[in-house]
Design a protein around this ligand. Structure first.
Ligand SMILES: *Cc1c(COP(=O)(O)O)cnc(C)c1O
Length: 462
């Protein structure tokens, strides 16, 4: 199994190298050269399996020779052992033909743990083999950072630097990043918004001298291994609801497009997914793109669903590459326009293809709060604001095909928004109850590439 770049100018890599590299050297994203297909009988056979075994069967063809089958099985087992639910990603019914897929039972209470816990295990195994060390730098709008820190804290041969926009993450998110005491964990609060953090990260990767000097590795949502880990729960959820014998739809609260792109891969592997619905908050570049064909940045407006406060949606490039029939030149041109002019017009054939693959919708702040309150009133479930955006957008699509809305975070991760909507302050699960008492450790940094690179060089351990 080989991975190629969406910009066509970087070397093709195997799974392990693509994972350790993150962003391709030409600025593109790695995608599998060929997406393996699962036969209906193989999909049907996933029914009733433990999550770990289903994960092994779904991901195995993408891994090639990078990890031996027994080693890969063991790493999957270690990744999900710390989840607080035996089903790992349980389904809960909200109403007729509407289900919530709870992806927040990992150590940081958000869906990013599903992928990040596996990445931690895979990186550790790979580094143990090569005897090397790496520097992980991530940019986060909140949840990626804590998930990366949980996955890598205390690991040998790894330093983790996480850039987050100062003052723009929730207190729980911030504390999850600033309270781990391990010396290899570095939380950096940057002046700016998430897109500034992401731009700084991209610039560090583009600076080859720096990237090679510190052995930079990326675990942001552009890392192919993260997308792959997210493909698994589309299968487990759909099979629970009758796939492959009947189709299932999904609504996905979307920011960087990683999670919903995993759904597109699942469909391409043969899973009968009817609708794949992109749900955005008022930062709705993806919804506007599908409506108008214009992919154009506006400023980021802070919302009560901050993990989706994004205008540059990195993984959209992967979908675009496919929609252009894998024309790396067309993607490269669009990305150059995005950088230079803040936007581009999606080619006619490509926009039609995207509209065939995805539906979309947006939820305003009021609609998000109303969905939190309505869900509590009709089901007794408290949901986080990101999940509520999904529920609002899913509702017009409810019908004969079962709809699964992805519940991307635990309500206690965003207690202010949940309390404002319902009057109830959701408590943290017992294993995290002392989070507000632990000491914090954070470095405030300017939006300045030189300063960031100097700080990272000084901090990494020999
Ligand atoms: C990251 C995140 C999202 C968006 O996921 P993408 O893969 O970036 O589209 C949605 N909800 C929560 C809670 C998140 O942490």
């Amino acid at each position: 199994m080989r991975y190629i770049s969406t910009r066509g100018q970087a070397p093709a890599l195997d799974f392990e190298r693509a994972m350790m590299t993150g962003l391709a050297s030409d600025g593109g994203l790695y995608v599998p050269e060929v997406v393996p297909v699962m036969a209906p009988a193989e999909i049907a056979a996933l029914a009733g399996l433990p999550f770990e075994e289903a994960a092994f069967r779904v991901m195995r063809p993408f891994v090639g020779d990078s990890f031996a089958p027994e080693e890969f099985r063991r790493l999957i087992g270690a990744a999900y052992a710390g989840f607080g639910h035996a089903a790992r990603v349980p389904l809960v019914q909200l109403g007729p033909n509407h289900f919530l897929l709870e992806l927040f039972h990992g150590p940081t209470l958000a869906f990013k743990d599903v992928a990040m816990q596996l990445i931690g295990q895979l990186f550790q195994a790979s580094l143990a083999r090569s005897g090397g060390r790496i520097t992980i730098v991530g940019a986060t709008s909140g949840d990626t950072g804590s998930a990366a820190i949980e996955a890598f804290r205390g690991l040998k041969g790894v330093d983790v630097f996480i850039l987050y926009p100062h003052g723009r993450v929730s207190e729980v998110q911030r504390r999850q990043m600033t309270t781990p005491s391990e010396a290899n964990v570095h939380a950096l609060a940057m002046d700016g918004d998430f897109d500034d953090c992401q731009a700084a990260l991209k610039a560090m990767f583009a600076d080859r001298g720096f990237a090679e000097g510190v052995a930079l590795a990326g675990v942001n949502s552009i890392n192919w291994a993260r997308v792959l880990a997210q493909v698994v729960y589309y299968f487990t959820a759909a099979v629970s609801l009758g796939a492959p014998h009947r189709a299932v739809s999904f609504t996905v609260p979307t920011g960087n497009f990683g999670d919903i792109y995993a759904g597109l891969i699942a469909r391409r592997m043969g899973l009968p997914i009817d609708r794949l619905v992109i749900a955005t908050n008022r930062n709705d570049i993806l919804h506007r793109t599908l409506l108008t064909g214009e992919h154009r940045k506006e400023g980021v407006t802070p919302s009560i669903s901050p993990s989706m406060d994004i205008q540059v949606s990195s993984n959209f490039e992967r979908a675009l590459f496919d929609a252009y029939g894998r024309d790396a030149h067309a993607v490269t041109q669009d990305m150059a326009s995005l950088r230079a002019e803040g936007g581009f017009t999606v080619g006619q054939g490509a926009i039609e293809q995207l509209r065939e693959w995805f539906a979309s919708g947006r939820a305003s702040e009021e609609e998000t709060a109303a969905a939190i309150a309505r869900t509590l009133a009709t089901t007794g479930e408290l949901v986080c604001p990101h999940t509520a955006v999904g529920i609002h957008v899913a509702e017009p699509h409810l019908g004969e095909v079962p709809m699964v809305t992805l519940a991307t975070a635990h309500p206690a991760k965003f207690p202010d928004a949940v309390e404002a909507a319902t009057g109830i302050r959701p408590p943290l699960p017992p294993r995290m109850a002392d989070l507000y008492d632990r000491p914090e450790r954070v470095t405030r940094v300017p939006n300045d590439l030189d300063a960031l690179q100097t700080l990272i060089r000084e901090r990494i351990r020999p």
